[in-house]
Write a protein that binds this ligand. Structure first.
Ligand SMILES: [Ca+2]
Length: 82
């Protein structure tokens, strides 16, 4: 029973990681925390300004999560799949 619970938890973790991986590129997310910081995104997008980043950071926490990345791509603020 204990083994089944552990396996189930593993599946849930994998599903969460897969969902996150759709928008968060590990090549940009250098520290692997699942968010893009301004310095991380600046490496991938050299023309990125602090104002651009602030516009994408709708929660104002200084990091872009998957939802913010997706919204930024849909708004044309960030190129998708580069
Ligand atoms: Ca990061």
């Amino acid at each position: 029973m204990k083994t089944m619970t552990a396996a189930f938890a593993g599946v849930l973790t994998l599903a969460a990681l897969t969902a996150q991986a759709q928008e968060i590129d590990a090549e940009i997310d250098v520290n692997g925390d699942g968010f893009y910081s301004f310095p991380e995104l600046g490496v991938a997008l050299p023309d990125l300004t602090a104002e651009d980043f602030t516009a994408m950071d709708t929660t104002g926490d200084g990091l872009l999560d998957a939802a913010e990345v997706m919204a930024a791509q849909e708004a044309g603020l960030m190129p998708a799949d580069e």
